[in-house]
Design a protein around this ligand. Sequence first.
Ligand code: ZN
Length: 269
Amino acid sequence: MQLVGRVPPVLAFVLYVGCGSAENDSAPSAPSAPSAPTAPTTELPSATGGEAAGAALPEPRVEAVLTREERDRLAPQEIVRALREGNERFVAGDVTVRDHTAQVRAASLGQWPKATVLSCIDSRVPVEDVFDRGIGDVFVARVAGNFENPDILGSMEFASAVAGSRVILVLGHENCGAVKGAIDGVEMGNLTATLANIRPAVEHFADYTGDRSSNNPEFVQMVANQNVRNTVADIRANSPILREREERGELAIVGAMYDMESGRVSFLE
Ligand SMILES: [Zn+2]
């Protein structure tokens, strides 16, 4: 990218991902550039326009890419509420109709995501869909077992302290293979070290007298919930930047669990 040769590497990275306002200056006369980052061309046409003549179909919900100003006006708890409401639409099958091609263009000048989701890699948990979010809405970090480590924390610190994301949501899920592997002490290549990050949640229930194996769905879910709680606590403990932002009310760090059958996300208190 051309910016790298003209500005310090860190700043170039920030500009590249759209966290400053200077990106317009780098291409002031680009003939195909949208008009302005604060007013993206997000007036999307109705997806049913002209196609459903005579059919009594409800008007689909359409949504624009969030601008920086719109995002910055949102309090963290408002963003948590928006995620909850998006999940309710997902569960109900009433998701937002999005013109991804238009959204790609509208988001090309920058990104102002309102939240960061840390999820397991499980293919059955499509994070943006689960919260009815589109292009430019959320940062997503994924690792088997949704735990934090320095790389994940660094990504979160960028997403929050540089790019302005105002919620960190740790999303565990039901019937998690990584949690089951940690419970059973699976060892295989690099996976052994990965699963070691989940072991503290297993050890948390050292006094559990029931079946402490992955054959016990109750125990698996207990460990999955605890793993999310541990991750939330570890984020606060291991990232002073994020902890202080939360203490100042600029960020909320929350945990939640995804139900595989219903698609419903339950927030852990
Ligand atoms: Zn999983």
